[in-house]
Design a protein around this ligand. Structure first.
Ligand SMILES: Cc1ncc(COP(=O)(O)O)c(C=O)c1O
Length: 642
């Protein structure tokens, strides 16, 4: 449990049971657990293979309720007179099944949805059928058609708030509102001077891409007044970035926004809502710090600070408390899904120097290359008391480099080179073990854990399933979902199955430093007599619910993974969980069609070639049949290794 920091990043939703399996506690209640390994076995029985995303509806519900409760208690504690609603920006994950769950749970909690583009708007309007009070916020770039749709949706009775991001949005809004005789609720996005921090810092501040400067805000209010529509300006909004690690940035930005709200209200705007945007972060590494993968606050503190800031500024200005909206997409859904993937195999570097063999080799070849003798000395020196580990390691690096030069000049045989590498790894391993036992690693040895680590090959595509790790170094908790009572004896990096050297994970969460270069894993167990096969070994990647699914790409044509929805099952019967939904991943045929291939055309051309080979005698008829069968069924199969 401590190795992987489950308690730190798990937020009460994850734990380890007596069988050493990872469990999910969707309601943070240890009596109601779902054993992930059991779920996986159940999926295997149903022929749903890994990699697979598992979403937990009950966990989603708990998380949304937690946000609701945090704001409710902040409202109570501060005697705040306004209401609160959390708005789910569908861009965080637009998958229909998830959005429907957020909508269903959210409608009971008074929450809403946000759309940031035309397709998202159309999806959100369809999703909110018969929910006229559910708030819908529309951010992002808008054209005339977008705005006309919003105006007509207002006429339909929807609680929809188009947010003006550029002045031209306002002109179109006024034009269509007049044309259809509608009094829309208009929001404006302000460019506060306060900025967030970290990766999304540029989303806020004066030079941010979106929003109106204070000069433009005043101009916008004047423009609305000229058209007799100042009362339609009901909401002020901002967004200073995602994953804001330090609560101080949120406090100062909300403070500034509340002042802008009060000033505009005093000038005659019909404001009644403040939207503080997204940014509530997730403690991915469990360090509770302001590091890029963590946050130094929790949901209750976030809620209390926002409510308190808005209240104090409005009280000082003698204005009623507005409704507060937050667009906390990441905070709503991140915990609710995870990815499980299987390890296909591993490579490791030999760390036993095999000195007898090296000496025998020197005798056979009748050569005693100086660098090899020095490497043997270095290895033996590490057994001396009070050895200077760094100095010995430097000598070993020098000897290895010299051996490589000799090899490149043709003075060292391949066997001698192999002995050199073996000796060098052995020196490195021994130096590392000794240095680690002494405490912190000296700078010159800092890369050794990674250099000496194993490579575990894992059945997934980093680009499809963890795009933020690839693009912005976002860390996610990763750990085995079973064998958790066994000491993990190996240190490894993870390589995916794409043909891209970037397709690997070599940064892992670490509570004590920004990250660690290797992950502690268990040695693979092998079964079988003649042909040895590794026993299944599964890794989970957690807190994956926000952004990853939709940002993923088709590198090497690895498509969407399978997704299953699992919920807690109280009824008697086998297992404590129900499989509510299975969304099959992309087939090969589907990913090929995304890049304009017609699978039938491909099958036809393959058939023609096979027939030619049969005629020419290169393939027998049964061989030809087998090849075509494989080709045909491959088209319908999963894009990952099965
Ligand atoms: C305007 C706006 N609102 C809300 C969000 C969601 O932010 P988060 O998921 O960090 O809460 C974003 C995302 O960057 C955004 O651009």
């Amino acid at each position: 449990m401590r190795t992987y920091g489950v308690r730190d990043w798990g937020a009460g939703y994850f734990g380890i049971n007596e069988a050493g399996h990872m469990v999910v506690m969707p309601e943070k209640d240890a009596r109601r657990q779902i054993d992930l390994y059991e779920v996986l076995e159940g999926l295997r029985d149903r022929e749903i293979s890994t990699p697979v995303i598992i979403r937990f509806r009950d966990l989603l519900k708990h998380r949304l309720t937690e946000i609701r409760d945090a704001f409710d208690s902040a409202i109570r504690d501060h005697a705040y007179q306004g209401a609160y609603a959390c708005i789910y920006p569908v861009k965080v994950n637009q998958q229909r099944q998830l959005c429907e769950e957020v909508r269903d749970i959210g409608s009971q909690l008074g929450f809403g949805l946000e759309a940031g583009s035309k397709p998202e708007l159309l999806a959100v309007l369809g999703l909110t059928e018969n929910l006229p009070t559910m708030p819908i916020v529309c951010n992002g770039f808008k054209d005339s058609e977008f705005i006309e749709t919003v105006i007509l949706a207002t006429k339909l009775g929807r609680h929809i708030i188009p947010v003006v991001e550029r002045f031209s949005d306002l002109e179109l809004l006024v034009k269509h509102a007049k044309r259809y005789n509608v009094r829309p609720r208009i929001g404006v996005r302000a460019k506060p001077s306060a900025r967030g921090s970290g990766r999304w810092e540029s989303s806020g501040g004066m030079r941010s891409k979106f929003g109106l400067t204070v000069i433009e805000l005043l101009h916008a209010l004047e423009f609305l007044k000229q058209h007799g529509m100042a009362d339609c300006l009901t909401m002020i909004h901002f967004h200073i970035g995602s994953q804001i690690g330090d609560i101080r940035h949120i406090k100062s930005a909300v403070n500034e926004l509340a002042h802008i709200y009060c000033e505009l209200k005093k000038l005659g705007a019909g404001l009644d809502t403040i939207d503080v945007g997204g940014g509530m972060g997730i403690d991915y590494d469990g360090s509770q710090s302001d590091s890029p993968s963590s946050v130094n606050y929790g949901v209750p503190e976030y809620a209390a600070d926002i409510v308190y800031r808005v209240k104090s500024v409005c009280d000082a200005a003698g204005l009623p408390h507005p409704r507060i909206l937050s667009e906390s997409g990441r905070a709503m859904v991140a915990h609710s899904s995870l990815l499980i993937m299987d390890v296909l195999g591993k490579t490791h570097f030999p760390t036993d120097p095999d000195l007898d063999n090296v000496r025998a080799l020197m005798q056979t070849e009748n050569e005693r290359p100086q660098p090899i003798l020095e490497l043997i000395d270095a290895y033996e020196a590490l057994s001396q008391p009070r050895v200077n580990i760094v100095e010995v390691y430097h000598d070993a690096v020098q000897a290895r480099d010299e051996a490589m030069s000799l090899f490149n000049l043709g003075y060292l045989s391949l066997s001698m080179r192999s002995a050199t590498e073996r000796l060098f790894w052995a020196v490195g391993r021994k130096a590392l073990t000794l240095a680690q036992a002494k405490g912190e690693l000296p700078d010159d040895l800092i890369d050794l854990p990674q250099i000496l680590s194993d490579i575990y090959y894992v059945n997934f595509s980093l680009f499809q399933s963890l795009p933020d790790h690839w693009a912005i170094d976002q860390l996610f908790p990763i750990c085995p979902i079973h064998r958790l009572h066994e000491e993990p004896g190996r240190r490894a990096i993870l390589a995916d199955i794409t043909c891209d050297s970037d397709g690997q994970v070599d940064k892992f969460i670490d509570k004590k430093s920004s990250h660690k270069p290797v992950l502690e894993l268990h040695d693979l167990k092998y079964t079988g007599n003649g042909e040895l096969k590794p026993e299944p070994y599964y890794l989970g990647v957690f807190l994956l619910g926000a952004y990853q699914e939709v940002l993923g790409d088709l590198h090497n044509l690895y498509g969407d993974t399978h997704v299953v929805h699992v919920s807690f099952d109280d009824s008697p019967g086998v297992g404590d969980w129900d499989l509510d939904e299975v969304i099959e991943g992309d087939t090969v045929k589907e990913v090929l069609s995304y890049v304009q291939y017609d699978s039938e055309d491909l099958v036809r051309s393959m058939r023609r070639d096979v027939e030619r080979a049969v005629k020419g005698g290169t393939l027998s008829v049964p061989e030809a049949q087998n090849l075509l069968k494989f080709y045909d069924s491959g088209m319908e199969g999963y894009t990952y290794l099965e």
